[in-house]
Design a protein around this ligand. Sequence first.
Ligand code: AMP
Length: 215
Amino acid sequence: MNIILLGPPGAGKGTQAQRLVEQRGMRQLSTGDMLRAAVKAGTPTGLKAKAVMERGELVSDEIVSALIGDELDAMGAGEGAIFDGYPRTAAQATALDTILTQRGRSLDHVIELDVDEDQLVERITGRFTCANCGKGYHDRFEQPRQPGICDKCGSTEFKRRPDDNEQTVRTRMAEYRAKTAPILPIYEARGIVTRVNGMADIDDVTRAIETVLGG
Ligand code: AMP
């Protein structure tokens, strides 16, 4: 099964994708994570992407589609993909169709996380992750059970994204509204979109997604 999680920054795509990975053995393909890894490693792609990401603008369609193609090639044929943060433009949506067809895959579901944008800024500016295993936390909504120690792996190192500040978040939202939201009709016309209330409790959102995906 191949699915897209769609929604503005902070809608919970990454959190829900992590859960699907754990529960269903699917693979999370997050172009944001791939780009951050490229920036950290100082690859040519990372060098091109760094400043664009810091401003909250979109990296070129060619770069992200190439990253997605490479990741799919590294996956087993039977492994399902969760596209998280991709596609973000009409050109990427078209590229994804080609990329999937070339690999004998197809898109089963697009899950749109429906959220209140005003509350997203608070969600995003409070979030942090374990520097070792990537588990997500939040200053107000989800602190580690033991302060300063990751629940999942015991690490004491945490990190925050440089683009999770209010000004950049506003740009990222504007990019979403202008370029990403308009691709929904492409998938609606195929009858594969389900809207899920992304403001509900995290577990309820997971259950709603599970219902869509079935058994
Ligand atoms: P994310 O982690 O999905 O919020 O992405 C962080 C940043 O990476 C975005 O603000 C963009 O600068 C860049 N980015 C991630 N995915 C894409 C994409 N599919 N297309 C263009 N830029 C992307």
